[in-house]
Design a protein around this ligand. Sequence first.
Ligand code: IMP
Ligand code: MG
Length: 172
Amino acid sequence: MKPLLSAEQIDEGVSRLAAEISVFYAGRPLTILGVLNGSIVLVADLIRRMDLPLRVGLVQVSSYRGPSPAPEPPQFDLSSTPDVQGRDVLLVDDIFDTGHTLSGLVERLRQAGPQSVRTAVLLRKHGRRAVSLVPDHVGFEIPNQFVVGYGLDYRDAYRNLPYVAVIEVDEG
Ligand code: IMP
Ligand code: MG
């Protein structure tokens, strides 16, 4: 495993994100929705640095990746997500890779009548975007390599690492 972002670098990046988002919403109430499971560490750190009236919820996403090269569209479970009607919503995820997850989720949430939907991610993988959506707030742009730590997993392991590291995997 090769370290990519130290705990100190992440700390600075999260503070930068929190400040940027707070300035954008300028005191307006905001509903933060973290995408499970990868965003839990980021959400926990981010919300404690944000100077805004916040509601915080979570969205369950299952992206089944079968044997075929074309991934299935992700499924969203909003049953335990707070109501977003008329709200300004910020979706928070660990990483923007192809963008299918966040793009699909933005579309799905729009059906629930929010005032606005925007997105924030800790990491954006270089040269991978396959959707028209561009994330609004990005902590770090990273090379196209598989990373773990700070919420990101490989087969459900490594989410608890306080730093982000590149890991050699036989799939990606
Ligand atoms: P997307 O839909 O292709 O943008 O993929 C987003 C999801 O894929 C993220 O929420 C992660 O769960 C997962 N993912 C993509 N790249 C990585 C990585 O490098 N490490 C760990 N998980 C990743
Ligand atoms: Mg994952």
